[in-house]
Design a protein around this ligand. Sequence first.
Ligand SMILES: NC(=O)c1ccc[n+]([C@@H]2O[C@H](COP(=O)([O-])OP(=O)(O)OC[C@H]3O[C@@H](n4cnc5c(N)ncnc54)[C@H](OP(=O)(O)O)[C@@H]3O)[C@@H](O)[C@H]2O)c1
Length: 387
Amino acid sequence: MGASGTTGLQRTALITGASRGLGLVLARALAAQGWHLVLDARGAEALEAAHAELAKMTAVVAIAGDVGDSAHRARLAEAVRAFGGLDALVNNASVLGPSPRPNLLEYPLDALETVFRVNVLAPLALVQTLAGDLKPGARILNVTSDAAVQPYAGWGGYGASKAALEQLTAILAAERPDWRVYWVDPGDMRTQMQQDAFPGEDISDRPLPDASVPGFLALLTGDLPSGRYQAQALAATQGASPAPAPHPGPVHGMRLVLTVPDFERAAEFYRDGLGLEAAEQWIGPESKGILFRAGKASLEIVNAAQAAEVNGIETGRQGVGMVRLAFRVDDSAGMATRLVERGARALSEAVMTPWGHLNVRLQAPDGLPQDIELTLSQVAAPEAESV
Ligand SMILES: NC(=O)c1ccc[n+]([C@@H]2O[C@H](COP(=O)([O-])OP(=O)(O)OC[C@H]3O[C@@H](n4cnc5c(N)ncnc54)[C@H](OP(=O)(O)O)[C@@H]3O)[C@@H](O)[C@H]2O)c1
């Protein structure tokens, strides 16, 4: 199965596991945008059918093989190089493991080894092999699952492999802050894997994998920071009207910012306990932050390093407050004056932040309680994000 011709400057993606399910619908969407594609799957017949369909739209190389096999990965890398490098590596191919799903005490360890080889080692191996072929601005998307973070009974093998993939990807993002590295939960999808996970059950209530594609496209073509994303939730935010909702008063929104000693535990507590979706994440060498949409408000969890970084920008201070309320307002300096008249203590003049907001930090008056800090945030640059 060969390329149907290549041209000069344009984007190329390697999508593993693209003969059906999510990989195939994503390949279709990228083909429609003219991306060159390198695809694989183990089953040659279904892959050939996908190739025949997609080659009508763009240049496609489809190579049948197992991502767990290093010789096959070398062939994928050769195809990428023939296209002149890579703009996106989508590690999508994955195996569920035995079906019906065994509990851990009965889990055959040789099957578990296969699950880890395909779901964890192969994605990393492809990143290692193709690191030198990534073009500037290239993205790495590793497809994970809610089973990576939820301890569902009977999902021990697959879930543990996806948890390992998530942590591996998060650390890759921390080690390579110059890359865009995403680990993406596509959400439940009506695919063969879903049917294999629930043999004999009616899965017609699950959305088709097409529902996850807009979220993937947002990551592939947008400018989102490295982090964990839920594709269907991201798709919903991408589809939302960009026009701001009308607001009745001078405050547009509120974000609660908590500085926590154990970032992972707190993020997991609020995400899983309340079922919140992460809208953004920040990961630096030491700093970590995650933003959750919580209905009309939002909740931001940060570690001390991230809090110190923002404090430094807004106030020039070293100390780190544990609780901060950030209000999006029209006139941060004017509102600060009103709050100071009512007993608040200004911790800074209005400062322009690197993310385009005119911010004032204040401390709440005695008894309100005082250890809560307030940020008044005014959007100064029109494209800056909302609370
Ligand atoms: N479906 C869901 O509800 C759901 C939920 C959360 C996460 N996910 C994740 O979403 C991704 C896509 O899943 P899907 O539901 O679209 O699965 P799917 O319908 O089973 O498709 C999987 C694709 O990967 C290929 N593949 C499997 N093992 C491979 C291997 N070792 N080497 C090369 N290709 C391989 C399959 O073809 P061959 O079998 O012919 O190799 C097929 O093309 C996976 O990472 C999955 O874990 C799915």
